[in-house]
Design a protein around this ligand. Sequence first.
Ligand code: NAD
Length: 369
Amino acid sequence: MDTFEYISATPRVLFGSGTLEQLPSMLQTFKTKTVLILCTPQQVSTAETVQKIITDAGVAESAIFSKAAMHTPTHITDRAVLFAQENKVDGIVSVGGGSTVGLGKAISIRTGLPHLCIPTTYAGSEMTPILGETENGRKTTRRDPKILPTAVLYDVDLFATLPVGLTVFSGINAIAHAVEALYASNTNPVIQLFACEGIRVLCEALPALLQSSEASQQDLLPQKAAREKALYGAWLCGICLGSVDMALHHKLCHTLGGLFNLPHAETHVVLLPHAVAYNASAPAAAGAMAKLASVLPDAEGDAVRGINALYRRLRTSQLSLGGLRMPETGIDEACDAALGSNRYKNPRELERDGVRELIRRAWAGEQAR
Ligand code: NAD
């Protein structure tokens, strides 16, 4: 076994169904008097449910700020911090996907306020000390242990409203964290266990969720069980993202997302098979690819084959960067940016022809190979 370092730094986690009712007692440990509740404009009713639970329990006052947006624009964070000051809040509750959690992190790192997350997608941001922010169209990312939320409350029931398309995309987004954790330059055996289990569980849950969404209401019970599995898997994948360094796939998603304002989860979906195919031939990734193939159904020992088979089951094979409105002329720009000065560790060296072909194939929606 190779020498490894394992650092465990994760927030307190409460996981289950109906756990939202535990929010007041979790908040009491923060000793907060006034809570800032964050959400997107689309999830105000969920934020109001959270507010009602806090109010009914009489544990704190609260105010809702509902302007969270993708890629954490700093002008929105400025407004939220001002709103927090006006309302004299001393704690943050973010309820939503990665965009809302990102806003919570951005306010928390600026103000030092404790931050409790209630995730409603599988993006995994709540388990990471990473914050990506956008200013004047430029996205920058930083890592700081102080960014890590104080506590996370996972309530499976909040995922009942997640549209099936986003369920599948966001679930694959989670799988991508685990895939890159397997071949991370600083991977370790513990994270590899989390990664394999996260992928395995999501590969069971996502097809089941897709299937039951197409069936009628009578499938509610299996749907709930599948949702539980999916969230459990996504949590494990989120730990992977927060614990070890990501590589080519995440770098490409970050670069392309910023350059062409692409939707986050869908960009991950399009690029993942191509990034795996690019790295599959690298001797340094051989062990990781074998592990990946062992948990992907129908892989028959071949990780790329396994990902392609999963995509056929989830009906995501037809997605492309072109379909996400990235211009074809952007392929070279994306390639230059990905190979730019901010180099990162990847199991296969970054060769211009190979990376360009990867992006071109993803742009055209061709199958990874
Ligand atoms: P999102 O948070 O932007 O959510 C997408 C849409 O779905 C929003 O309109 C949201 O309100 C809605 N939604 C979310 N949950 C819902 C639910 N249960 N029911 C109904 N509607 C729901 O999307 P995302 O993919 O979760 O997050 C993307 C953002 O998170 C990006 O900005 C990305 O950079 C960031 N992110 C950061 C990290 C990190 O570690 N820093 C990790 C992952 C993602």
